[in-house]
Ligand binder design. Structure first.
Ligand code: ME8
Length: 513
């Protein structure tokens, strides 16, 4: 029995609306979750919202409502946009839920009882937007070294977590498990950060009230990051339902942006070690998206809402674009021109036209009924079949490495091979010659079979498109019932089944739109 494949996104702060940056990680996680489901695995895909912290409390204050009211109002923007993006998360965790608070309090009590938490005076700087503590020596020109914004002086009695006590074990783990922190450049960053020496981490706030009260000192609330990281285990019932927890934990991959790497690759594993829990298999920190060459920010007002792009391009084109255009792990730039170019070339042409051409020919030459293939295989048929066999392996390798753009490249190479097959076998010529009826049957069958595989291959990336092709192919069951590798075998299309061309999948977009 496989362990449940567990993939997470960061839980997003509710101080601001979701934008294409937050949606990026969520779409990637969804594609990964769907790919593993396609392989027949049990999957648990978690996303949610981070609702405590000063940043959120201040946003609420500015808007004249309580933080809870603010969170309740903002969370809807996240759930709505995820629904529109066809995000298939199995659960949505909110850190203000009673279950989360209960698990977080039990967890911190455990560490306190063990002696890993102690009271001391904190004196240093705090970046509210990033919710992070900084030592004077870490500041960059007196500003937050992470985001460049103003920091505030904090001087209070706080509880500290003995992070330093775990430095050696953590370093040993990271060094002996190269896959634990990825990509490699991020792994190197973490290693050198730990080697510089870890200091104990303040994990509570005394002068703040918006947060989870500490069970051993109700006058303080938990530091928002300590609280937030625990979402990954509170969502799967840590300490509440051990059987469920053990079936899902450890996470297979925490997907995050590079700016929150230290929290996930240093503090979080140390917290888990302190609690005696296994570490996640991987923390993967991806790069940042810029918009038309600029960093997205509130002050610049250039943050793009996913809704705007979904309205223009459709959900599946949205999902496709971000996974195809950006090399996962690296920074990338969004531009409309680029997105429209990809839409027309990759989706309208290579994919959409190919599917309509193939199905239109079956309609025209065989009344929509897919013929049985002849026994004889010509060179072109073999090349197509082999290319179908290859693409499955290539996609699997790329997906295991989280190289989404390479997986899509492999699929589009395959689509290129299918298009070439259609051109070279020229069914329209065969149709003119009654003696070639048998050959035409074979050619049409192979083309349809190639389309069936296409539906399965694109499914994790573009679920509606995969479902739509499946329906056009005349299947009445759900495509989601078919799993790889079995469903990838060549020749499974049932002859005699009726297909229909249907509406274009991706109507061409006008230039300049
Ligand atoms: O950091 N490009 O929440 P957050 C790519 N609550 N990804 C981006 C992005 C961009 N321009 N902007 C945001 C927090 N992201 C904490 C997390 S987890 C226990 C707590 C994505 O709302 C990326 O995944 O600031 C980044 O790490 C995350 O949104 C930050 O979301």
């Amino acid at each position: 029995m496989y362990k449940t494949y567990y993939v997470t996104t960061p839980i997003y702060y509710v101080n601001d609306l979701p934008h294409i940056g937050t949606a990026y990680t969520t779409v990637v996680a969804d594609v990964l979750a769907r790919y593993h489901r396609l392989k027949g695995e049990e999957v648990f895909f978690l996303t949610g919202t981070d609702e405590h912290g000063q940043h959120v409390a201040r946003a609420a204050e500015r808007n004249g409502v309580t933080p809870q009211e603010w969170a309740d109002r903002m969370v809807v923007h996240f759930t709505e946009v995820w629904e529109r993006l066809n995000i298939s998360n199995d659960f949505f965790i909110r850190t203000t839920s009673p279950r989360h608070a209960e698990v977080a309090r039990r967890f911190i009590q455990k560490l306190y009882d063990k002696g890993d938490i102690y009271l001391d005076t904190y004196e240093g700087w705090y970046c509210v937007p990033d919710e992070s503590f900084w030592l004077p020596s870490q500041l960059a020109d007196g500003k937050c070294p992470q985001c460049g914004r103003e920091v505030e002086l904090v001087q209070e009695e706080n509880y500290f977590f003995r992070l330093s006590a775990y430095a050696d074990r953590l370093l040993a783990h990271i060094e002996s498990h190269p896959e634990f922190v990825q990509p490699d450049m991020r792994r190197n960053e973490v290693i050198s950060f730990i080697k510089q020496g870890l200091t104990d981490q303040s994990i509570s706030r005394k002068t703040i009230t918006w947060g989870i009260p500490l069970p051993f000192d109700e006058s303080q609330v938990m530091y928002v990051w300590f609280d937030a990281l625990l979402n990954y285990i509170s969502a799967i019932d840590y300490g509440v339902d051990e059987e469920r927890f053990n079936a899902i934990w450890p996470a297979d991959v925490h997907l995050i942006g590079k700016e929150i790497l230290r929290f996930h690759a240093i503090i979080w594993p140390a917290m888990l070690m302190a609690a005696g829990l296994p570490l996640p298999r991987q923390v993967f920190a991806h790069g940042w998206l810029t918009v038309e060459g600029e960093k997205m920010s509130k002050s610049k007002g250039n943050a793009i809402s996913p809704h705007v792009l979904i309205d223009e391009y459709g959900v599946d084109a949205y999902r496709y674009y971000f996974l195809r255009e950006f090399s996962f792990g690296y920074d990338g730039n969004f531009s409309r021109e680029n997105m429209t170019g990809r839409y027309n070339a990759d989706l309208a042409n290579a994919l959409g036209n190919m599917v309509s051409r193939v199905l239109a020919m079956v309609e025209r030459y065989r009344g929509g009924e897919v013929p049985e293939s002849g026994k004889e295989e010509e060179a072109a048929d073999r090349a197509l079949r082999e290319s179908a066999g290859r693409v499955l392996g290539e996609v699997d390798g790329a997906m295991e490495a989280l190289a989404f753009n390479e997986a899509l490249q492999a699929i589009w190479n395959y689509l290129g091979a299918v298009n070439r097959y259609v051109d070279e076998t020229a069914a329209w010529d065969l149709a003119k010659d009654p003696d070639m009826a048998g050959r035409l049957d074979t050619v049409l069958y192979n083309q349809v079979e190639a389309v069936r595989l296409t539906a399965i291959l694109v499914l994790p990336f573009m679920p509606r498109t995969g479902e739509g092709i499946w329906k056009r192919l005349g299947f009445t069951d759900s495509i989601h019932l078919h799993h790889l590798p079995a469903a990838g075998a060549w020749g499974l299309f049932p002859p005699g089944q009726k297909v229909s061309k249907g509406e274009p999948l991706f109507p061409r977009m006008e230039k300049g739109k």
